[in-house]
Every structure is written in structure tokens, then in C-alpha cells.
Design a protein around this ligand. Structure first.
Ligand SMILES: [Zn+2]
Length: 234
């Protein structure tokens, strides 16, 4: 999730990289150029970023940052990889340059908006209710119908109410959006009983002043041990 109340960092530029290299050449005790000439980019892209052999590679971060991740059960077990994927997506979203922006200036969100999804969502019932926590640096004047929640395992997710949990001019505002979604049985029935996996939940919308917001977080899903309930569509 993104952290509100802090200005988004500037994306790192090629110039920053050159500056860092110059500093290393001037002050470092190693031969930077010889070290860099031995780096194998292809190998680095394919090396696990976390502590286990199943950990994701940089290549996979790129591949899964904006796509479904339900075929990566490792993410349900490994916090390093789940956090790396969240961070990678957040950086990519900040660096996005819209079409028709000739100067290539990164877009700044006018409103810092963070989202936190439930720790674990049990896929036992056909209709699932879950709360999404929204953290904003200003008052979020939004109607429940204007909050869009999307995930690949559910259809027709809607928000039925948004309650204020905490309000503080310093720390920002925290809201709880109460959401209901219908499980897509065709998708869920393919999972093994007791399976755990992770998927993106995307939250976006517009407040009454017309400002748009967009954030995502990874949720852990758990398939009920008694999967017959899922298979029979109960
Ligand atoms: Zn890992």
C-alpha cells in the first residue's frame, strides 16, 4: 500500500545514476568500472530477490506487477516477495507518464491515497463481505457508489457504506469501506481445498470535488478445507 502524508518520491533518473557513479569513482575503494563490466544483467534479472529458491526474480516482478498473481502460491508464504511486488507496482504507478504529456512530467496525485485490504479472505461463501481500509491525507468526500473495487476472483463487488474510523489533521483520515462481492465459482472451483494464494485488490474512485484516486494492495485468500461447498456453488 502507499503511505499517505508523505510526498511521493521523485522517480530515479539516468542523471541520478550518473551522479552516483561519479561519486563512487571519486571516493570508492573499488574499481567501479571493472566491477560493472563484470555484471551480467541477464543473470541479475533471473536471480531470486528473496531468501528462497522459489522467490520471485526481477523479471517476474515486471511480469506480475499489474497482472493476476493467483498462480504464484509462494506469495502467500513469503512476505519479502509480497512486499517487493507491492513496492515495484507503487514505483511503476508513480513513474507512469500519460499519453499526450510532451514533457514527460510524472503525474502527481493531488491526494495521497492508501488502501489496505483484509489480511486473509476466506473463499467459503458465495457472497463475501470484507472491509477495505482507506487512508487519505484529506477528507474523503466520496459516495459508496463512487468507490470501485475490483479483483479477478469476484464479480459485482460493490461498496455498501464508508465509515470514518479516525480523523486527524496531522495523521490524516482513515475510513472503512464495507464491500460485498460474489465469488466466481468457475475460477475458484479449480483450487485445491485449503489452498492459500494472493491476488491484487484494486480500489479507485472519485470524490465529490472530482479528484480521482487509485490504489491497490495484495490480499491473501484461503480456500475452505471443505471445498464441496465451493464446487456445488453453495
Ligand atoms: Zn520469496
Amino acid at each position: 500500500m502507499t503511505t499517505p502524508n508523505r510526498p511521493a518520491p521523485e522517480p530515479v533518473s539516468l542523471g541520478d545514476g550518473q551522479d552516483a557513479l561519479e561519486r563512487l569513482r571519486a571516493r570508492g575503494r573499488v574499481d567501479v568500472d571493472s566491477f560493472l563490466s563484470k555484471l551480467d544483467v541477464t543473470r541479475i534479472l533471473h536471480e531470486p530477490i528473496g531468501p528462497t529458491a522459489q522467490c520471485l526474480t526481477l523479471d517476474q516482478l515486471e511480469q506480475y506487477a499489474f497482472g493476476p498473481v493467483i498462480d504464484l502460491p509462494h506469495l502467500a508464504e513469503c512476505d519479502s516477495c509480497a512486499n517487493a511486488l507491492r513496492a515495484y507496482r507503487a514505483v511503476k504507478e508513480r513513474s507512469a507518464v500519460p499519453a499526450g504529456n510532451p514533457l514527460g512530467v510524472p503525474v502527481r496525485e493531488e491526494m495521497a491515497f492508501g488502501v489496505e485490504v483484509p489480511e486473509v479472505i476466506e473463499l467459503g461463501l458465495a457472497d463475501l463481505q470484507f472491509d477495505v481500509v482507506l487512508q487519505v491525507d484529506s477528507v474523503l468526500d466520496v459516495q459508496p457508489a463512487d468507490l470501485k473495487v475490483a479483483n479477478s476472483l469476484f464479480t459485482d463487488i460493490y461498496c455498501k457504506a464508508i465509515d470514518v474510523v479516525d480523523s486527524d489533521a496531522e495523521a490524516g483520515w482513515t475510513y472503512r469501506a464495507r464491500c460485498v462481492g460474489r465469488r466466481q465459482d468457475a475460477m475458484v472451483s479449480g483450487f485445491e481445498p485449503g489452498a492459500k494464494f494472493v491476488d491484487w485488490i484494486q480500489v479507485s474512485g472519485k470524490n465529490t470535488a472530482g479528484q480521482t484516486f487509485d490504489a491497490s494492495d495484495l490480499a491473501r485468500f484461503s480456500v475452505s478445507k471443505d471445498v464441496s461447498a465451493v464446487r456445488s456453488g453453495v
